[in-house]
Design a protein around this ligand. Structure first.
Ligand code: FA5
Ligand code: MG
Length: 462
């Protein structure tokens, strides 16, 4: 028997049906939306990364107080990152800082404005974290150039890396309107490991841009000459945009500056040679080599800046030269430092050899012993006669301690207002070149020094 529904029952069934249908439609549209979002996300690739470059999960990297997302390009280790804040070139009396000052002084002296003031400005504390654009694109380095490879650089992720050269800041500084500047800082490269290579080293870049009047300032009828030419040709000697005259004058200024620099550092008699080179950001390009200890050593790379870089940075009415040199190689030659790792040493036996020295002093590094240091302090009231100088004390210590005294420094001065007496505290660092000194051996010598001080200066040891 067929079931007959009442009118109210039919209405209720219809209502339930409609609600179920509506809910199904809602679920379906939500599902569609989710699907379309997923599709969009899958279609968008990260800006410069290869497919799947982003790693899954929120893995972050903290560098210099900034947070970066890790991806498959990230290859900086915590060991490399630990070098970031060291800034050896800014540490007073560090050998790299001494050489840096010498180079800066030369540029200050050689390039002065109408009023006699230096025209070069110095940027030695720019952040070493740079973008792909800064390190490569802005310098016209081709997309598949070897220097961009993950095997050659320290990448933070696919967008940022630790600068591989100080040239990374060139385009930005020109864009800010600068014409003459030096950039000095730490650079990071994955390279072989030996006594002359270290993954972190220091470079100086110099850039000089000149307008027409500066280029031809010392040429008769210079105002009739041109820096640029239309439909010019690129040859081994010049770029298509430049006249041969302008390019040659800039080349001459660049090369003569660098010869003066080489002579300032290595002496007037230094033997040097120019070697043709290639950089994507300069043309023509050269390397300067100097003859040192029977070997030719590459000191720097340089050239006439690619005009397209100047155009992109808004300095299209100027022509420029640029150079980049490594500070470690220079310092190793000048100071006879045998191993590049020594620059990172915090051993006072190394650092004290450069302390209180002038950038223009001739300093020759003496190898530090591999045996440990022993440190003892000595304090005494100074003699009342007023003739005493710390050097008197240093001589006496040298006389008694001989070569096992590696370093002496005045670590504390104290003036007693009632007694009107001054006291000095000196720290003596003992270290033998051929053996480990025992504390007992050091104490014996230290006692002899105390006795000699008391006797010679007629003072009492505190
Ligand atoms: C460059 O880094 C270019 N940016 C230089 C440049 C700037 C050229 C502006 C033209 C215009 P290069 O990789 O050759 O070039 O390095 C320049 C200098 O850094 C070298 O001449 C050398 O003195 C030093 N240098 C390079 N690699 C090392 C290293 N692994 N260890 C120590 N010093 C290095
Ligand atoms: Mg080179």
């Amino acid at each position: 028997m067929s079931k007959v529904f009442s009118c109210s029952e039919v209405c209720l069934s219809m209502q339930v049906f409609c609600i179920v249908l509506l809910n199904l439609i809602k679920v379906e549209s939500a599902f569609r939306m989710l699907l379309s979002r997923l599709t969009i996300q899958m279609k968008i690739k990260p800006r410069c990364c290869s497919t799947n470059a982003r790693r899954e999960g929120p893995v972050h990297l903290s560098v210099n107080g900034r947070e970066f997302q890790r991806d498959t390009w990230s290859n900086v280790s915590s060991k490399i990152l630990s070098h970031l804040g060291k800034k050896l070139h800014l540490q007073k009396y560090h050998p790299l800082s001494l050489i840096k000052q010498r180079i800066v002084n030369l540029f200050y002296k050689r390039f002065v404005g109408r009023t006699g003031n230096p025209i070069f400005s110095v940027y030695d504390d720019l952040e070493p974290i740079v973008s792909i654009k800064q390190n490569f694109d802005s310098l016209l380095i081709p997309p598949y150039h070897q220097s961009r490879k993950k095997s050659d650089c320290y990448y933070i992720n696919c967008d940022y890396l630790l600068r591989a050269h100080t040239t990374a800041h060139q385009s930005e500084l020109i864009g800010m309107g600068l014409n003459n500047f030096l950039v000095i800082g730490d650079v990071y490269r994955r390279d072989e490991i030996d006594s002359t290579h270290y993954p972190v080293f220091h470079q100086v870049d110099a850039v000089r841009l000149c307008g027409k009047h500066e280029v031809f300032r010392s040429i008769e009828n210079g105002d009739k000459m041109a820096v640029f030419e239309n439909e010019g040709e690129r040859t081994a000697q010049k770029q298509e945009a430049h006249t041969l005259e302008a390019s040659k004058i800039m080349e001459d200024e660049l090369k003569s500056t660098l010869i003066v620099l080489a002579q300032d550092l290595f002496g007037q008699e230094v033997k040097y040679r120019w070697v043709d080179a290639y950089f994507p950001f300069t043309h023509p390009s050269w390397e300067l080599e100097v003859h040192h200890q029977d070997k030719w050593m590459e000191l720097l790379g340089c050239g006439i800046m690619e005009q397209r870089i100047l155009q992109n940075a808004g300095a299209q009415d100027r022509i420029g030269w640029a150079l980049g040199l490594g500070l470690e190689r220079l310092a190793m030659c000048l100071y006879d430092i045998p191993d590049i790792r020594l620059f990172w040493s915090t051993d006072s036996g190394f650092l004290s050899q450069f302390e209180n020295r002038d950038p223009h002093d001739c300093i020759k590094y003496k190898p530090v012993s591999i045996y440990p240091q022993c440190i003892n302090d000595i304090s005494f009231w100074l003699p009342n006669d007023g003739d005493y100088t710390s050097n008197d004390f240093y001589d006496l210590v040298r006389e008694i301690g001989g070569d096992i005294v590696e370093q002496i420094s005045l670590v504390d001065k104290y003036f007693h207002p009632k007694k009107q007496h001054t006291s000095h505290c000196y720290r003596i660092v003992y270290r033998h070149m051929e053996k480990t000194l025992t504390q007992e051996e050091v104490n014996t010598i230290h006692k002899q020094i105390e006795k000699a001080v008391a006797l010679k200066f007629n003072v009492s040891i505190r």
